[in-house]
Design a protein around this ligand. Structure first.
Ligand SMILES: CC(C)(COP(=O)(O)OP(=O)(O)OC[C@H]1O[C@@H](n2cnc3c(N)ncnc32)[C@H](O)[C@@H]1OP(=O)(O)O)[C@@H](O)C(=O)NCCC(=O)NCCS
Length: 164
């Protein structure tokens, strides 16, 4: 991306909106996780640092969309995994709009929701290729990369303390 294109991005209005599952599902299914074998659900029961708790899946998720005009150019979601922990899940930015900071705005939206739901910690499980975007936002990598039980890995756990 050239300097002129980056400059244009500062002039373009990117709007973050809370969106519904119907907007997010096709993006996750076709773009983020193409060919995924396990069912794509609005939430997921993975626990921070490993293990699975099906009860987490009944927590209420919030979905975020980044829009330029009417075009949804990126999505993210978040939900509580316990009283103090909030998971950011499913971050995706359209390839034509990458490297302009949209991922940071989408992570910021999830962080705001974590605050609103009284969570002091946000965590995620990025794949290796996305880790730099998470670190840039202030997440710290707190596990080794792993390939077990993930389809698009390797992944690792990351954490950011929010200090509510
Ligand atoms: C990971 C992903 C969400 C990042 O989205 P993004 O909006 O491009 O993220 P950012 O803008 O923060 O920056 C990503 C890179 O661009 C660079 N960048 C950001 N703004 C920039 C700018 N103005 N000029 C030049 N480079 C810039 C960042 O430094 C970063 O580079 P690095 O990866 O070499 O460290 C996106 O690449 C994506 O959707 N990937 C596929 C799906 C995926 O892996 N999702 C995460 C699942 S865990």
């Amino acid at each position: 991306m050239g300097i002129f294109q980056i400059y244009i991005y500062f002039l373009v209005k990117i709007m973050i909106q809370i969106v519904n599952w119907d907007i997010v599902l096709p993006i996750w299914r076709d773009k983020l996780w193409p060919g995924r074998k396990s069912e794509i659900k609005p939430t997921n029961g993975i626990k921070f640092m490993g293990g699975f708790d099906k009860r987490i899946e009944s927590n209420i998720p919030t979905f975020f969309g980044a829009f330029i005009g009417n075009e949804c150019v990126g999505v993210n979601s978040g939900f509580k995994t316990d009283e103090n922990y909030y998971r950011s899940r499913g971050l995706y930015v359209n390839p034509d709009h990458r490297k302009t900071g949209i991922s940071q705005i989408l992570l910021y939206a999830a962080q705001g929701q974590a605050h609103a739901e009284n969570c002091g910690v946000m965590w995620s499980m990025p794949r290796e290729s996305a880790l730099s975007a998470y670190k840039r936002f202030g997440f710290e990598k707190v596990s080794a990369m792993f390939d077990e039980n993930v389809e698009f890995g390797p992944n690792c756990f990351v954490i950011k303390t929010l200090g509510v």
